[in-house]
Design a protein around this ligand. Sequence first.
Ligand code: SF4
Length: 325
Amino acid sequence: MPEPLLDVEDLSVSYLTDTAEIGAVDRVTLTLQAGEFLGVVGESGCGKSTLLFAIAQLLSPPAEITSGRVVFRGQDLVRLSDSELRHVRWRDYSVVMQSAMNALNPMKSIGAQFKDTMRAHERISADAIRTRSAEVLHLVGIDDAHLESYPHQLSGGMRQRAMIAMALLFTPQLVIMDEPTSALDVVAQRSLMTQIKELQQQFGFAVIFVTHDMSVIAHYSDRVMVMYAGQVAEIGDTGSIFESPLHPYSRGLLDAFPSVRGPRRPLSGIPGSPPDLGRPPSGCRFHPRCSEAMAQCTTTEPPLYSVGDTQVRCLLYAEQLRDAV
Ligand code: SF4
């Protein structure tokens, strides 16, 4: 196996207030190979966006990385200074936010924002900036006349495409995406996802993609990471997890979505709601909502067990692995 492009080790993030410490991400470990598409899924508040911001080194107070490493191309991003990070971010990895309307500057044209981004990283002529800006806009299917447009003059789908174009200005090796399609209608969502996948295959960049939409994961991801209450609940190949999810929470998420390929079946939700991360449940964090909970689930925190190529945080597999020995 080649060296991973990204190696996140035991990464924890807390929101630190005067009175409490809320552990939003708890000892997350994951690797990403060059060109791989990893989908991160879970309910609102499970820590997936915080994890993404921590990987991209975009957290701001009161959120803070409390432990762990984010090794990108052999360099621990957590240890880099702001000026060192500025060289790497956008050039080697870039970020596409949930809402382009918030991420783009409403007072500047798209072209001016592309220019600022390029000038922040290299000395480059006005002609070269114009050529590259037009190129990346064409890549996402937008006419370069829109370099003169302001964000409010574009539709929601075009704004998201413009954000993606900006993320590709330097052809980075990793693009980190935080629910970039969630504000769009289903048709625009599908068209944008298809375009992201085509660009990824054309340029070979890796993607970490956060979503709460299992159908997006099913269609576009090579691997899936299911998060619950700030922790990895299950991580493995998309096909394995969709065909035979191991964690009761993964099964619940899948049961809450219409089947992508299989026969029609009634949808069921997961009872209860995610826990308060300031006071997570003892033992397995999912135990108050788990239909398969056992007595020890209330007291014993499960580690991640390897079952084939999948890793799963559930005590059911401690028993199965013990029985198999
Ligand atoms: Fe359910 Fe227990 Fe597994 Fe947690 S450890 S998911 S409570 S069976």
